[in-house]
Design a protein around this ligand. Sequence first.
Ligand code: ADP
Ligand code: MG
Length: 258
Amino acid sequence: MALNLLVCQNLSATADEKPILHQVDLTIGQGEVHVLMGPNGAGKSTLGHVLMGNPTYTMTGGSIEFDGTDITELAPDKRSQAGLFLSFQAPVEIPGVPLRSFLRAMVEAHGTKVKNKEFKRRIQELARELDMDPAYLDRELGVGFSGGEKKKVEMLQLLLLKPKLAILDETDSGLDVDALSVVSRGMELYRESCEGTLLVITHNTRILEHLNVDRVHVMVAGRMADEGPASLIDEIDAQGFERYENEPAEQPARSIDG
Ligand code: ADP
Ligand code: MG
C-alpha cells in the first residue's frame, strides 16, 4: 500500500453560495494514477479548484491533507509550492511575454534557481520530447496558439515543475486529436521522469491508454458515487453514468434536455 499523498475528507464546497460538493472523500497514494469521471456538471472541475484553493469556491466543510500537512487553510500559491498542480482549462494569453520568460518566472516562483544556459537547454530538450517547435519558446505566451500548442505549454509547465500531484482536468471539448496525444505523451513523460502522482479528470478514456490506472472515482451530482479498479472505466464506457443517476440519492430535479 502506497503512502497517502492526498487525503481529502468530508469535503463540501459552494460557489456563489450554491452547494456544489457534498461530503467528498478522496484518498490518493503516492505514485498512483487516479481517474475522476462523472457526467457534465457533476462537480469534477470544482473539486480540482477546491483542492488548489481557488478563491472562487468556498469550502464549507471537511479537510484536505497533502503530503502529511493539513493544507485546508493554505493559499493557492503555497499549495503550488507544496507540490500541487492543476492544469488550466483555459490557458492564459499574455501578449508581450515570451513563453520562455513565463516558464522561467514560474520555475523561480517555486524557489528553484536555475542558470540561464541550463534552463535554456532543459526547455529545449522538453520541447523536443513534446514534439514542439522550439521557435514557440520565443513567441508571446498563448497568443495565436492552437489547442494542441496550448496543451504543449501546459505539459512543459508540468514537466518543469514536476509537482508531487498533478490534477489534469481534460474536458472533452477543446481536446482535438493533436491535443489528446500531447496530453497522453506529457503524462507518460511525467510518470517516467519523477513517478509523479496523477489525478486525471476525463471522459476521454483514450488518453489513459498508456497509463496504469490504479483507481477510478465516479462523481455524480457533487458526491462520490462509486470507486473501483481500472476495469470500472470500461464499465462506464459501456454503460455511461445512468446507473448512478437512477439511484434514489438526493438530487436536484433537472430536465431531460438540460
Ligand atoms: P464538471 O467539471 O463535473 O462538469 P463543474 O465542477 O464545472 O462540473 O460544475 C459543477 C456545478 O457547479 C455546475 O452546476 C456548475 O454550473 C456549478 N459551478 C461551477 N463553477 C461555478 C462558479 N464559479 N459559480 C457558480 N456555479 C458554478
Ligand atoms: Mg469540468
